[in-house]
Write a protein that binds this ligand. Structure first.
Ligand code: PEP
Ligand code: MG
Length: 854
């Protein structure tokens, strides 16, 4: 919990404040007072050593907020920071908040477990309620020096009311002015400084630490503005702004003008000149290339999917404001984690510039004028977290809507995007899907699992996204729904408008915008052939897949929900080879309980009508962060090599036990098997099996019915391949996760487009690992499956038959074709093919071999 220190000239005053705060928080918050000095004759004053001791007394690891009364209190606090070890001092925040109101506000919020940033912000905005009660006649708070970076000032005030300070007046050099990205860069540049910095345009003054406030000023290129700073490092802060302005606030310098400069209303979103240039190319009808995310061809009208932001369907008022604040903070934290992850992936896949939008969204999320206002509404009006958040975002979006400048109004969309993300996390309700008037090609920045769940597969005939790659969840889900998709097209997609004709080939990653008639006709002809082939394959999907020389290869489905199970069955799945249970844990703020999980497993198994279902236990971490399960995703330098999969579950015993109990109970009704992800060595398998036994014992003790569970493991880590003979002794089956195995064998991040050629499961190095795993499994008499994406690749199937895999598990729509391919195989010929492939030097050579080359 955050600790609080009060620095005051009077010990008596300090004691009174302590009593007041303790009464409000029932003494739950660590609070120390450094009041007066050690001089019986002159007790009034402040003492740095006392401040230092007080900080040490309340420091519990979550940081300390220091509030002060007057004059030397600030100096004593600053000296105390110098006396403390740097690692402690770095966790101390000096607050410019009013002492009484600030202390009460901070103590109440700290008692809810809020973090230091939130507590500091709460203290800082503590006068707002009083100001509101006293009405408009009261002057805005004077701009006192702020000792913490979050010291965002209240909204616009007449510049005459501002105190004198350092000033920097400049002409905004970039043509598009202080739009969202420059605003975000200003806020970031000011981060290291304590000074209170404001931005003045005409008679309007706003905090220069708020992206939102800066953007509402709608400053255009060529206009003169003034930055005004007050505080110890004011001059330095202004120098940082000056340097930023000299660099055009991070925007690309203007290209030589070719003609009339566009008006702001015509300017590209975010003022990104590079995007504008790409957009022009896009509309030229040429081919664009993204990641081949889901096979198939399509041509149709483009419809942009932007998550709607509707009033939440919850009771607007709540009984317990503190709980609501905690809920809001949890959702904000979860949203932040999502954005960090999106940013990380986009940097890897498309570059830093493309990822900037997520950093900007994060700043909006952290903006005190947004989050602080929502907290204030909860505390002052007892509003539910959802309602408070919705109102604050709606107001902010409306402000942007009223601005005359077109490009500034684009910020409304960003505001709504951020707002919808947090609202979804608060309510646990997925966004409302796009309203489609007919078959359409859906365009989106990115599609999360919850967005995908809202799609109507009968109307979405294709998907193209700005972000993501072939193994992103959106891609996996598109494949399981049989929707052709191209992912990660980059900023070029932004130039495509509603109603443009988009043609795409999800097998190659090619996209055409408003294609020429000849191109369109060619794509349509190939689409018709693809659809006819799919129909023909579906006709024979129910029969087993047996090679021409009589060897059966079991074809199963990968699913993420019971809805997928139904589709898989229609496609001829002989069972489920991989049920990715992490989908049950995503897009929410707390894990599903035992009963909810039981229902999910029983429903999926029931949909398979007695066929076997392999359920993979929770596999999170790496590319699948779940924000409310702390301990990874934000804290690990290298999450792919961190607490992922089984490692995480073994650390989180209660969470794991809940899942194991639900699985054992579901097994009483349906034939289930369980498999553990990311197992690296026998100790982990033994530990997981011991917990399964323990879960069984708890059910026995409660007289709860449960069933048998065969226990298998995923082979995804090279160590597991090396020790496959040992692991096979204790596992009932192996299932090879080629997506991860490829990235770990090749040391190439599966989400990083620049190393995609390396993290390719067709690489001979990976194929040899598959061969070794099959050999070890068969020597021990257990079946070996592939459930990674390689298993569903029709080109690769002859190779996998040659490597003697017993089962292949894939997304449902891939099953009919896979069965056809197996039926055309001869095991002897396939074995030769496999040997030849493993002798080649790289994945490209293997692909050429499979495509009939040499
Ligand atoms: C794999 O790694 O191949 C696999 C099937 O697991 P996931 O893609 O869910 O990590
Ligand atoms: Mg995996």
């Amino acid at each position: 919990m955050v600790g609080i220190v009060v620095v005051t000239h009077s010990a008596v005053l300090g004691q009174g404040l302590r009593e007041l705060a303790e009464q409000m928080t029932q003494g739950r918050v660590p609070l120390a007072v450094a009041g007066g000095i050690d001089d019986p004759d002159h007790p009034i004053g402040t003492d740095p050593v006392r401040v230092m001791t007080a900080i040490e007394e309340v420091q519990q690891g979550d940081g300390v907020l220091v509030l002060m009364d007057l004059g030397s209190a600030l100096m004593s606090a600053e000296t105390a920071l110098d006396l403390l070890p740097p690692e402690v001092a770095s966790q101390v925040r000096l607050s410019a908040a009013p002492l009484v109101e600030g202390l009460m506000a901070a103590a109440v919020l700290a008692s809810t477990g809020a973090d230091l940033g939130a507590v500091a912000e709460e203290a800082q905005s503590a006068l707002a309620a009083k100001r509101e009660l006293l009405g408009a006649a009261a002057p805005a708070a004077p701009a006192m020096p702020s000792a913490h970076p979050e010291g965002a000032r209240d909204s616009t005030v007449p510049s005459s009311a501002m105190p004198a300070g350092e000033e920097l007046t400049l002409v905004v050099p970039n043509r598009l002015g202080l739009h969202a990205r420059p605003a975000a860069r200003i806020v970031t540049a000011l981060g290291p400084f304590a000074a209170d910095v404001q931005l003045v345009r005409g008679d309007r003054v706003v905090s220069a630490r708020s992206v939102n406030r800066i953007a509402t000023l709608a400053v255009r290129g060529g206009e003169t503005v003034t930055f005004r700073a007050v505080g110890g490092d004011a001059a330095l802060a202004l120098r940082a702004i000056e340097a930023l302005a000299a660099a055009h606030f991070g925007d690309a310098p203007e290209a030589p003008s070719k003609g009339e400069a566009p008006s702001p209303a015509e300017a590209p979103k975010d003022g990104d000149m590079a995007e504008a240039a790409v957009s022009a190319d896009v509309q030229g009808g040429g081919v664009l290339r993204g990641a081949a995310a889901s096979p198939g061809l399509t041509v149709g009208n483009a419809v942009w999917y932007r998550p709607a932001f509707d009033a939440p369907d919850v009771a607007p008022l709540a009984d317990d404001p503190a709980t609501e604040v905690t809920r809001l903070d949890a959702a904000l934290g979860a949203a932040r984690t999502e954005l960090v992850e999106l940013e990380r992936r986009t940097v890897a896949a498309a570059g830093r510039k493309e990822a900037e939008i997520f950093a900007m969204h994060r700043l909006l999320l952290d903006d005190v004028t947004i989050a602080g206002a929502a907290r204030q509404r909860i505390m002052d009006r007892r509003e539910a977290a959802e309602s408070a958040w919705y109102e604050v975002i709606s107001d902010a979006a409306a402000t942007f809507r009223q601005l005359p400048e077109g490009y500034m109004r684009e910020r409304e969309a960003d505001m709504v995007d951020v707002g919808a993300r947090v609202l979804r996390l608060l309510t646990g309700v997925a966004a409302v899907g796009p309203r489609l008037g007919g078959p359409s090609v859906l365009l989106a920045t990115d599609l999360g699992p919850s967005d995908m769940a809202t799609l109507d597969p009968s109307l979405v005939i294709g998907i193209v996204t700005v972000q993501g790659g072939a193994t992103s969840h959106a891609a996996i889900l598109a494949r399981s729904l049989g929707i052709p998709a191209v992912a990660g097209l980059g900023p070029a997609l932004q130039g495509v408008g509603e109603g443009d004709i988009v043609a795409l080939d999800g097998g190659t990653g090619d996209v055409w915008v408003n294609p020429a008639p000849g191109v369109r006709a060619a794509v349509e002809a190939r689409r018709d052939a693809w659809l006819a082939g799919r129909e023909a394959a579906l006709a024979g999907a129910a029969a087993p897949a047996v090679t021409a020389d009589g060897r059966a290869v079991h074809i199963l489905a990968n699913i993420g929900s019971s809805a997928d199970a139904g589709a898989a069955l229609k496609n001829g799945a002989e069972g489920v080879g991989l049920f990715r249970t992490e989908f049950l844990f995503l897009d929410r703020t707390s894990p599903p309980g035992e009963e909810e999980q039981l229902t999910a497993y029983v429903t999926a198994a029931a949909a398979m009508q007695g066929r076997p279902v392999v359920v993979r236990t929770l596999d999170i971490g790496g590319d699948k962060p779940v924000s409310y399960l702390e301990g990874f995703a934000t804290g690990e330098d290298n999450p792919f090599l961190g607490l992922r999969g089984i490692r995480f579950c073994l650390e989180r015993k209660p969470l794991f036990m809940t899942q194991l109990r639900a699985l054992l109970r579901a097994a009483a009704v349906h034939p289930l098997k369980v498999m553990f992800p990311m197992v690296a060595h026998p100790g982990e398998l033994a530990a997981a099996k011991a917990l399964l036994d323990e879960a069984r014992a708890t059910l026995d003790a409660e007289g709860m019915p449960h069933g048998q569970l065969d226990v298998g493991i995923m082979i995804e880590v090279p160590a597991a391949v090396a020790l496959a003979d040992q692991l096979a002794r204790d596992a009932a089956f192996f299932s090879i996760g080629t997506n991860d195995l490829a990235q770990y064998v090749m040391a190439a991040d599966r989400g990083n487009a620049s190393v995609a050629a390396l993290s390719d499961a067709l690489h001979p190095a990976v194929l040899r690992m598959v061969r070794d795993t099959v050999r070890a499994g068969h020597a021990a008499g257990i079946p070996v499956a592939i459930c990674g994406e390689l298993g569903g690749n029709p080109e690769a199937i002859p190779l996998l038959v040659g490597l003697e895999l017993d089962e292949l598990s894939m997304n449902g729509p891939a099953i009919p074709r896979a069965k056809e391919v197996v039926r055309g195989c001869d095991t002897g010929t396939c074995a030769v093919l496999a040997d030849r492939a493993m002798a080649l030097p790289d994945a490209a050579a293997v692909r050429r071999l499979l495509q009939g080359g040499s």
